[in-house]
Design a protein around this ligand. Structure first.
Ligand SMILES: Cc1ncc(COP(=O)(O)O)c(C=O)c1O
Length: 376
């Protein structure tokens, strides 16, 4: 059997990682400003993470969601405390798309007669059923997923959102506080607050997709916490367990759980919870949210200081940064990898996307700046 060839690959075989560095099979070191697509939050191969996951594996890796799992309870309590959502409820699954599927299902159960969802132009929410339907990319929506539930509206232009909400029949509004795939476009506080108010007024569930921008990356635990809003549902994944597949739905106390309404085989298993708890240990021990804020500000400022006509605009918060280029990103990204040995992400055709581990140091930020300047 061969692989189903859906990924255009870089010709690099990564075999080892440590902190913000990775190495290929030839021993070449790379600076990682990509974090395996915003997944590596605490850095690669953190010794505490390895210890905790190994200890758990030596006890039990998996059982089932039909018995008590105290690790899930501990994770819910600690996540509530660290994120400021102690009164919310946690449902655990295995990926970001699954988190959004379950969030929208909950919204639909709450608003059973409302069949519409509002989403943002340029949004990305995943590749499964309803998650892909609310993703603004026709190319990846299969005909069977195109069920006309969704209206895409412009970010930061509140009027059409209020108009659609006032027409009624909207079960949920789903919003990335900072768009990732969309090219690091940021919701403004004014837009987000008016949207949250309109959702309350017209009975729509407000879902914040924090899968990429959340979990400390923006320099606050959640990116919407910069905007002064409190969503009804928050979805997380990516950095939650530093690469162990895991997603979560944080659900406001206004939702009553119903036995059997949601469920999963693998979600919240012992090993995933041990990984997620180790991530929170390291967040607290090493102040990674604060580090993302401080080093992120530093890096954004340093990029802004580069005097080069190829840089059009720099956007972002914390360690979620978009560099809008006058040239195609591949003209910069490819030499960054092959000549300067530095991984970055991208969005659209012109945006270089930086999503490093949250433990990035200022020295590593400087190292990136030097490599980036050389390539420019
Ligand atoms: C904002 C956002 N939502 C949802 C997803 C989907 O997550 P997953 O690939 O884990 O299904 C992603 C993945 O890139 C994302 O960036």
């Amino acid at each position: 059997m061969k692989l189903f060839d859906v990924y255009p690959l870089f010709d690099v075989n990564i075999v080892k990682g440590q902190g913000c560095k990775v190495w290929d099979d030839k021993g070449q070191e790379y600076l990682d400003l990509y974090g395996g697509h915003a997944v590596i939050s605490i850095g690669h191969s953190h010794p505490h993470y390895i210890k905790k996951v190994t200890e758990q594996l030596n006890k039990i890796g998996f059982y089932s969601n039909s018995v008590i799992n105290k690790l899930q309870v501990e994770l819910a309590e600690r996540l509530g405390r660290i994120s400021g959502y102690e009164d919310y409820q946690l449902f655990l699954i295995n990926s970001g798309a699954e988190a959004n599927e379950n969030a929208m299902k909950l919204a639909s159960f709450k608003n059973p007669t409302a069949g519409r969802i509002l989403a943002c132009e340029k949004a990305f929410h995943g590749r499964t059923s309803l998650a892909v339907e609310v993703t603004h990319n026709r190319k990846i929506v299969a005909p069977i997923n195109d069920n006309h539930h969704v209206r895409f509206l412009p970010l930061n232009d509140i009027e059409p959102w209020v108009r659609e909400l006032s027409r009624g029949g909207v079960a949920a509004v789903i919003l990335e506080p900072i768009q990732g795939v969309g090219g690091i476009q940021m919701a403004t506080p004014e837009f987000a607050q008016k949207l949250a108010y309109a959702c309350k007024r017209y009975g729509a569930v407000l879902i914040c997709d924090e899968i990429q921008c959340g979990y400390g990356r923006s320099g606050k635990f959640f990116a919407h916490q910069w905007l002064g809003i409190k969503p009804d549902i928050i979805t997380v994944a990516k950095g939650i367990a530093n690469g162990f597949p895991m997603g979560g739905v944080l659900i406001s106390p206004e939702f009553e759980p119903v036995y059997g309404q949601l469920g999963t085989t693998f979600g919240g298993n012992h090993l995933a919870c041990a990984a997620a708890l180790a991530v929170l240990d390291i967040f607290e021990e090493e102040g990674l949210v604060e580090n993302a804020h401080e080093v992120g500000d530093y890096l954004i400022e340093k990029i802004k200081q580069i005097d080069n006509p190829k840089i059009k605009e720099v956007r972002g918060r914390g360690l979620m940064i978009g560099i809008d280029l006058e040239v195609a990103h591949k003209e910069v990204r490819q030499p960054l990898i092959y000549q300067e040995h530095c991984f970055t992400g991208c969005a659209g055709t012109n945006v270089l996307r930086l999503l490093p581990p949250l433990c990035l140091t200022k020295a590593e930020a400087d190292e990136f700046i030097e490599k980036f300047k050389k390539v420019l």
